[in-house]
Structures are given as C-alpha cells and as structure tokens.
Design a protein around this ligand. Structure first.
Ligand SMILES: [Fe+2]
Length: 339
C-alpha cells in the first residue's frame, strides 16, 4: 500500500539502522538507508524521496547540515529528526531550520507509520493551501517586474511570456492540475528574474563569457528563487526557478540534481525555455527554425532533458506547427477567393 512512498533513513547506529529499515519494509515503504552525512548529501540529489528520517548525531556531522541542503531545493519535504537527547536547544535549532517532526529515542517502532503518515498528510494539506487565487493578485506586479528585466535586455524581450505560453501547452498536454498549471506558468514568467541583478555588460555581451562572468551569470536561478521565495505563496514557484538549469544527467546547476529529483515542473520549464531560446535571435547568434530546435532537444534527451517530456513536447509542437500550416492554407485560400 505504501510502495509508492520512498523514505531515506540516515542512521549510523547499527541496531537502530536495521530495525528501522525492517520496520519500514514491513509496512511496505520503499526505503534507502545510509549511515553518514556525506552519503545522505549525495543520495538526495539522485533519488526523489517523499520523507527523510535522520538521526541528529552522525559520524561526520549533524543532520542539520543535511536539513540545510535539503531545504535549498525541497522546501516542503518532510524531515523527521531522530534524537536521543532531551536538549531543547537541539529541537529549537532543528525547527528553526525547517525540521517537520521529532522522534525521541528509544521509540516504539509500531508508531513509525503513523508518524510518517502524519507528516506526509501535513505536506499534502500545505500544498492545497497554496491556491492559485492567492497568487493571482501578484500577477500584475510580476509582469511589471518582467518588463523591467526585459528593458535591460532587449534580445530577450517577450521571452518569458513566450516560454509561459509553451509551458501552458505542455501543462494541458500532460493533464496537470489547475494548481500545477498555474505554478508552472508563474515559474515560466519569472524564471529569469534573477538576471535583474546581473550587470548589463554580461547580459548583453555578444562574445564568449569569461570564467568569472559565467559564474555570475550562473547565479541567476539562485538570485531569482531567493527573490520569489520571499513570498510564502510562491515557495513552489521559487523551487522551480532555482532548478530551471539543472540537467537530467545531474551535470546542471545550481545543485546538480539528477533525473526525477529535479521537480517535474522544472524539467518541463527547462525544455520550453531551451526551445524558446533556440528559435529566438540572441545577441550572440541568429534564430533557428522550429524543426532545428526540436532536433536539438531530441539530441539532448536523456542528458540535458527528461526524455519522456521531450517526446511530449515534440508531439505538442508538431500538432501546433501542423495547425499553423493548416491556418496558413486557409488564409491563402481566402486571399485568392477575395481577389
Ligand atoms: Fe535561465
């Protein structure tokens, strides 16, 4: 029943490690177990966990370091801290940094499923709370912000809105919920907002960027997600912005997340953003045709992009292009008949 939920256990004490893993397996959770902070920091970039259960004291640090790393890209992932200590300072520190719950050692293993379920349920409720209506009022301000960014960089003028249009087409093709659709569209509109803090000469540079300039340019997903993340209702949008330059094979930035650990909406945004950039004229190169752009995306499916989503985008764009050709034919026909 719970096989669709994946849990990470970080515990260095051998007996606790094995008994917790066995219990989770008994209650049908899929579970990965690691014993050090380093291993945990690695695996969270590769496996899309639904909940983390971590012992406070680990051989190479405390689970607070793991919590900090997780909160950078999974702001809503339930994180339960296991601790043998009664120290309220530890509890306060962990809560301050975004821990969702505590398990005091020793604990009754039978209680594990209800602790896990209560944290998963809390997350579901919080996701529901972020209704599209709350964010709607912000839309106008956001568009003004985008206009300010595009005034700085004429070559990307209209880019965000075109990306949002294609994102909407993907959302419909993938049958995303109304909330997801709205989140994706907002993230698409705002994805490059972090460039607002970038020096103009880097933004508009026609030649190759030097290493330092490139490093500054690569900051924009973090800057953007920090700006947007200040608004509580837009935390999820902020996470998508942070990850719109991650690559499916894990070699992207800023966090080097891999495969399905990259939020799905960010994987969609990466594809539509790349497509839009290829078909637009940029300061450093000419525009390419839609067919060429789709070909480039297909070549990077599995390395840069989620291969399944590239297939969907390809189908969406082909039906869009076919529709355009059809409309052109009808217009041609109307022209002839008018003369
Ligand atoms: Fe970007």
């Amino acid at each position: 029943m719970n096989k669709d939920k994946t849990i990470l256990l970080v515990e260095d004490e051998q007996i606790a490690f094995h008994t917790i893993l066995e219990t989770l397996d008994f209650y049908n959770y899929r579970c990965h177990g690691v014993t050090t902070l380093q291993e945990a920091l690695e695996i969270i970039k590769k496996v899309p966990f639904d909940l983390i259960l971590a012992d406070y004291m680990l051989p190479d640090g405390t689970c607070l370091e793991l919590l900090d790393a997780v909160r950078k890209f999974r702001f809503d992932l339930p994180f339960v801290v296991i601790t043998a200590s009664d120290d309220t300072e530890i509890i306060h520190k962990a809560l301050d940094r975004g821990a969702s719950d505590f398990l005091k050692k020793p604990f009754n293993l039978k209680n594990l499923p209800s602790i896990i379920e209560r944290n998963l349920e809390r997350r579901r409720l919080e996701q529901k709370k972020n209704s599209p209506q709350k964010a709607t009022v912000l839309l106008k301000t956001i568009k003004a912000l985008i206009a300010a960014l595009e005034a700085k960089d004429p070559y990307t003028s209209g880019h965000s809105l075109r990306v949002a249009r294609h994102a909407r087409m993907m959302a419909i093709a993938l049958d995303l919920s109304e909330e997801e659709q709205f989140t994706l569209e907002l993230a698409a509109i705002l994805h490059d907002i972090g460039k607002i803090g970038m020096p103009d000469y880097i933004l508009n540079k026609a030649s190759h960027l030097h290493e330092l300039e490139y490093r500054i340019a690569k900051e924009h997903p973090i800057v953007g997600s920090n700006i947007v993340g200040k608004i509580d209702e837009l935390k999820e949008v902020a996470a998508i912005i942070r990850h719109h330059h991650e690559r499916f094979d894990g070699s992207g930035y800023p966090d080097g997340l891999q495969g399905e650990v990259i939020p799905r909406l960010a994987r969609i945004l990466t594809i539509v953003d790349a497509y839009e950039s290829i078909v637009s004229r940029r300061v450093y190169r000419d525009a390419k045709s839609s067919e060429e752009a789709l070909h480039e995306l297909a070549k990077s499916a599995g390395t840069q992009f989620d291969p399944e989503l590239v297939k969907v985008f390809n189908a969406v764009m082909h039906s869009e292009l076919a529709g355009k050709k059809m409309r052109l034919k009808i217009e041609d026909f109307t022209d002839i008949s008018d003369t």
